[in-house]
Structures are given as C-alpha cells and as structure tokens.
Design a protein around this ligand. Structure first.
Ligand SMILES: Cc1cc2nc3c(=O)[nH]c(=O)nc-3n(C[C@H](O)[C@H](O)[C@H](O)COP(=O)(O)OP(=O)(O)OC[C@H]3O[C@@H](n4cnc5c(N)ncnc54)[C@H](O)[C@@H]3O)c2cc1C
Ligand code: FES
Length: 261
C-alpha cells in the first residue's frame, strides 16, 4: 500500500556529472517495495513545480531506499540541490514492479539503456537472493554514461557493455548486444527471460527483436506523469488490451502486450 511521507535524506552524491544517487530513510515504503516500482517525488518545497516527478526505486534496504537520477529539468535540478539531513516528500511504492516468479526461465537477461539501469540494479539484487543467474547488458552514449557496472559485477552478474561511440565495450546499442547473445548458442531460448528498461527507442527495437520469439520479456516504460496514482489518464500507453496507465497498470508491462509502432 502506497504511503505519502516526508523522508529524511541519508545521503546524496553526484556519481557522474549530472547524475545523482540519493538514499532516503523510509522504513514502511522500503518494506512494501519491490524492484521496478517507483516513487512520486515532490521536488520543491513550495507548489512550484506543481507536479511530482516519478523516479524508479534503485535499491531497497531494510529501512531505506535509493534513487538514481539524471538532472534533466527543473524538478530534478531542485532535487539535486538537497542535502543529507534534509527531507523530501515522497509517495510510494507506486506501480507494478518486475515479476520474477511467474516464468520458468532460469537465465535472466537485464537490458539497460541509459538511466534504464536505475530499476535494474534492485532487480539484480533480488535475483541474487533467489540464486538466479543474471546477464546484464549496459548501453549508453559513452563510457562516461555507463553506470553501476561494478555493482552488477559484485552481485555475480555477467556484465556486457555497449557504447554508441565505442569508448567502452562494444560499439553500438544495448539491443545489438542483446541480439548477439540471444542468437548465440550459449543459452537455450526457453531458459531465458528478458527484463528491460530504457528510452522508448530501445523498447521499440526490443519489440522488433522479439517478434516471433517466445521469450518472456518484461519492460519498464516511461511516460510523463501528472497524478501518478491512476486518476488522470495522463500516462496512457496503447496495449493489446486497450489503453493502460503506466503509473498504475505499469510501469512494468509484458513486452508482447505493448503495441510498438
Ligand atoms: C516510472 C518512471 C520511472 C522513472 N525513473 C527514473 C529514474 O530512476 N531516474 C531518472 O533519472 N529518471 C527517471 N524517470 C524520468 C523522470 O521522471 C524525469 O526525468 C523527470 O520527471 C524530469 O523532471 P524535471 O522536472 O527535471 O524535468 P522536466 O522539466 O519536467 O523535463 C525535462 C525534459 O525531460 C523530459 N521528460 C520529463 N519527464 C519524462 C519522462 N517521464 N519520460 C521521458 N522524458 C521525460 C521532458 O520531455 C523534457 O525534455 C522515470 C520516469 C518514469 C515515468
Ligand atoms: S499519471 Fe495520472 S493516470 Fe498515470
């Protein structure tokens, strides 16, 4: 059950230029949260900016939560100025997270495009708790934009990196590497399950890649949000079962349910 609380900021660190990691004390939300869910954050201390901003839950601890976010506009800029010891008004956990129980695939492939890595680290931790192997593909513009590689390796994941300029790992996109691994003979298709998060372009490419392939795939979608609670219909996406709300019915959907054009 989601709660609105004023959470104390335990730490705030700029991990890469313009990218921040913030830890928040939020015992009840941490207890209820699962990977893939998100927080709706009031970034300012007044009514400006009016709307909360959705940010994925990056890591879940017993009494705290971490978020990992890029400064892209006014809301995240204000958030990045907050200091440890201060507080932030959050609602969470919101939405439906990744489902790691319903399928039988024993090899989990996590595909992260850019900040899509944010919800996938918590998922990798959860998979480790279930003694499940994960293969992680991190894609970004340059090596300076690659995040969490060390953290995934520490969890025992097999990590592959793709950068658009070739400055680290393979030159190209995360989906190019995903294609290579899927089509290699290393894993049997029926053993695999894919979890992905990233920009819309990446999700569309993944849709094409998965056409006619029976692999179970779950993707976390991003849409601009207003209420974040399922009331305003501002975050609708087209699915095989009609329009669905990313905030309430997602943000995680089965890839085969989404209509990708
Ligand atoms: C479920 C969910 C989880 C998210 N998790 C994370 C996360 O873990 N880390 C992170 O850095 N970001 C995440 N985002 C994106 C984040 O919500 C936006 O970056 C943030 O709202 C921007 O707010 P702002 O006031 O700083 O920028 P604004 O001034 O509102 O916007 C600045 C620019 O960012 C674009 N933008 C704003 N919101 C979104 C959005 N939801 N999707 C795509 N583009 C957007 C705008 O079109 C504009 O170009 C998530 C979004 C959703 C829906
Ligand atoms: S943001 Fe209002 S319904 Fe999703």
């Amino acid at each position: 059950m989601a709660q609105q609380i004023i959470a104390k900021i335990i730490s705030q660190k700029e991990v890469k230029p313009g990218c921040f990691k913030m830890a928040l004390l939020a015992p009840a939300i941490a207890k209820a949260a699962c990977p893939g869910q998100f927080l709706h954050i009031r970034c300012g201390s007044s009514s400006d900016p009016l709307l909360r901003r959705p940010v994925s839950i990056h890591r879940i601890d017993k009494s705290s939560l971490e978020i990992l976010y890029n400064v892209v506009g006014r809301g995240t800029e204000i958030l990045s100025k907050k200091k440890p010891g201060g507080s932030v008004d959050i609602i969470g956990p919101l939405g439906n997270g990744f489902n790691i129980y319903e399928n039988s695939g024993s090899v989990k492939m996590l595909v992260a495009g850019g900040m899509g890595v944010a919800p996938l680290l918590g998922l990798s931790e959860e998979l480790k708790r279930h003694k499940t192997k994960s293969i992680v593909i991190l894609g970004a513009k340059t090596k300076n934009h690659i995040l969490c590689g060390k953290e995934f390796k520490k969890l025992g994941a097999e990590v592959y990196i793709a950068t658009e300029d070739g400055s680290m790992g393979k030159k190209g996109l995360a989906t190019d590497l995903a294609r290579e691994i899927i089509h290699s003979k290393r894993y049997k298709w029926h053993e695999m399950c894919i979890y992905a998060a990233g920009p819309t372009g990446m999700i569309k490419t993944l849709c094409k890649l998965m056409e006619g392939c029976s692999l179970e795939s779950q993707v976390s979608l991003e849409e601009r949000m207003a209420c974040g609670l399922g009331a305003c219909l501002g975050c609708a996406v087209d699915t095989q079962a009609g329009y669905k709300r990313v905030c309430k019915d997602g943000p995680v959907f089965k890839l085969c349910d989404i209509i990708c054009e």
